[in-house]
Design a protein around this ligand. Structure first.
Ligand code: ADP
Length: 261
């Protein structure tokens, strides 16, 4: 099934729209797990668009502090004043706050989410002493990639057990081909070939790849081809080089590309 709106195209994979809507109906926060570039962010954008809610996205990283989410005191010529961070703004005024790659954030940062993501739905601003009850249209969505390089980091059970969780994976071949056609404007036949190449690369377990090829990378290759770039060149620079630094692996993947194009 495809759901297409004018400004946010999303190829539905399974029952994720229903699950999200059920969670939303009860103000439950949502956790989305899945490899990078498989459609997590696009899904959240699509849901925000459908629900008519503002979306605030924060890409988490290991320097992200609680203040980056909550806000901080700033100094002006009139003295100091408090400025809400992106999470606080969404909690106050409503909207979906999406914390992308939450696993990258420091553990003390994720703890501020606890009172917000359980029945209390309130945010504690220690710096100002304020406790904010979440707006009725506030929703918290977080995502992470549970790939092997993240196994050690994990999310604390006390954090993850506050969320309705769902796993995403790369789209089915048919869906992925439709996505390539839509996003890059290529012919279905070419999209199918790229999807088959992607599936073959994802099946390779005996070579050292940090991550499997994402739908995002297949779209890059498709876009370059759509504007006349030779298939082998597009695949080398949009698929192989982003995946690995190893000369041997580059050679092996190039052979695979040549078998398809
Ligand atoms: P993630 O957040 O999982 O890293 P994204 O949502 O940014 O990945 O997906 C990368 C790109 O792949 C998107 O910009 C979009 O073009 C495309 N994409 C992936 N899955 C879908 C889908 N189901 N429907 C439409 N586009 C998709």
């Amino acid at each position: 099934m495809t759901e297409d709106t004018n400004s946010c195209y999303y190829q539905v994979q399974d029952n994720e729209v229903e699950i999200f809507n059920f969670a939303k109906a009860h103000n439950l926060p949502v956790l989305i797990k899945g490899p990078t570039g498989c459609g997590k962010t696009r899904f959240v954008e699509y849901m925000a668009h459908n629900l008519g809610r503002e979306l605030v996205t924060v890409s988490c990283h290991d320097d992200l502090t609680a203040a980056d989410l909550l806000g901080r005191h700033l100094v002006s010529s009139d003295g100091t004043f408090w400025q809400d961070g992106p999470l606080t703004r969404a909690v106050r005024h409503g909207g979906i706050c999406y914390l992308d790659e939450i696993i990258e954030a420091r553990k003390d940062t994720t703890v501020v989410l606890h009172s917000l993501s359980d029945h209390r739905r309130e945010l504690h601003l220690e710096r100002t002493g304020e406790v904010i009850k979440a707006h009725k249209d506030f929703m918290l969505v977080v995502s992470y990639n549970p790939g092997y390089q993240n196994m050690m980091k994990g999310l604390k059970p006390s954090t993850r057990q506050r969320f309705v969780a769902m796993s995403f994976d790369y789209p089915s071949p048919e869906n992925e081909a439709n996505i390539l056609v839509h996003e890059a404007g290529i012919k279905l036949e070419l999209a199918n070939t790229l999807v088959k190449l992607g599936a073959d690369i994802r099946r390779l377990s005996d070579i050292d790849l940090k991550a499997a090829v994402s739908t995002r990378l297949l779209i890059y290759a498709a876009k370059m081809m759509s504007s006349g770039c030779h298939a082998q060149i597009a695949c080398l620079h949009c698929i192989i080089e982003p995946l690995t630094d190893e000369p041997e692996t580059i050679k092996a993947l190039s052979k695979l590309v040549n078998a398809h194009f």
